[in-house]
Design a protein around this ligand. Structure first.
Ligand code: ZN
Ligand code: ZN
Ligand code: ZN
Length: 336
């Protein structure tokens, strides 16, 4: 079986371990055990093509601008930082590793530094990545494109793979159109639903999903390497609004990163549950419980809101993991 390589950090210690997909339910237990008694495991050889989670929070990250509740005051006090949801892909086939950034968040500097660290690359200068992929035009998913512009990196023609509507938006609207005019980013519209390849051997399929689509439509992505396929769907409306969508998205994927913005609504005491646009984690777990039991650890949540109790309640998180689901960690890796 192709191993899944994962890494996390706990209490400031870099911890790295190698698990088989069949052992994924025990990732939480392995983490606790490793922190207490196990000798440090030898670093596994990196996979030829691997995906790394560069952020797990909702657009505003943690701590969250404008929040003075304990979720964020405590994070400010301890220096805990969670970046907005993003992925990276490292492709080590060939001489120099190739790097794909999925989502350009406002924390792009730290996240690409983490990607470089994972890939073991340096000296890339103004071309920090080989390509960028964005799901939609909401703050936490694309604002980081500005960092490729003249005020910061001043990059040269970084391919931006996005939907035709997203590409038309950045080509027409300031400040994005300046990046296009100066050839710092190069929009490459993909055909929704048709596989495309940022480079040979890495295939991506975009699936349109319902969401609050003011400036662009919204995509989920299936990223397919030589051995595995991973689904990324950080933002989507409640599953009930799109019968069959969840099954279609999960068809043929090995690992799925799913919208975990809100847990069960307890974090939004003043809101009518029916008005929350996102699928609640508790509802997704109800719908996919059987799949999680059969393939534990392969359904993993990200895009958690700063107030989501999963980010703050270790016992709740342990219960989620015992039921076969996973909560993504910044820095975890999946062999593609
Ligand atoms: Zn978002
Ligand atoms: Zn908060
Ligand atoms: Zn959004």
């Amino acid at each position: 079986m192709v191993p899944v390589v994962m890494r996390s950090s706990l209490a400031g210690l870099a911890l790295r371990w190698l698990v088989n997909a069949s052992a994924l339910p025990f990732v939480g237990a392995a983490l606790a055990l490793a922190a207490c008694v196990a000798p440090p495991a030898p670093a596994p050889a990196p996979a030829d093509v691997e995906l790394v989670v560069l952020g797990i929070a909702q657009d505003g990250g943690l701590p969250h601008f404008g929040c003075e509740q304990p979720c964020c005051t405590e994070a400010r006090r301890t220096g805990r930082v969670l970046y907005p949801s993003a992925l990276g892909v490292v492709d080590r086939r060939g001489g120099t590793p190739k790097l794909l950034l999925v989502e350009a968040t406002p924390r792009i500097e730290e996240q690409v530094a983490l990607l470089h660290d994972t890939a073991g690359v340096h000296g890339r200068g103004r071309q920090p990545v080989d390509a960028v992929l964005t799901t939609h035009a909401h703050l936490g998913h694309y604002l980081g494109l500005a960092w490729f512009g003249r005020e910061v990196a001043g990059s040269r023609a970084i391919p931006l793979h996005a939907s035709p509507r997203f590409c038309a938006f950045v080509e027409a609207q300031a400040p994005w159109k300046q990046l296009v005019a100066l050839q710092q980013i190069a929009p490459r519209p993909f055909a929704v639903g048709e596989p495309f390849a940022p480079w040979p051997g890495l295939t991506i399929t975009a699936v349109q999903v319902p969401h609050r689509d003011e400036f662009s439509d919204t995509m989920a992505f299936v990223l397919r390497g030589p051995n595995r396929a991973v689904l990324f769907v950080p933002d989507v409306d409640a599953w009930e609004k799109s019968p069959g969508l969840l099954d279609r998205l999960l068809d043929g994927v090995d690992v799925a990163y799913l919208d975990g913005t809100f847990y069960d609504g307890r974090e939004l005491p003043d809101r009518n549950l029916a008005e929350i646009p996102h699928p609640l984690m508790a509802r997704t777990m109800e719908l996919l419980g059987e799949r999680a039991r059969r393939r534990p650890g392969t359904l993993r949540f990200l895009h958690m809101n700063h107030s989501n109790p999963v980010l703050h309640d270790a016992a709740l998180r342990a219960r989620i993991e015992m039921s076969g689901f996973g909560v993504a960690a910044q820095g975890e890796r999946v062999a593609l």
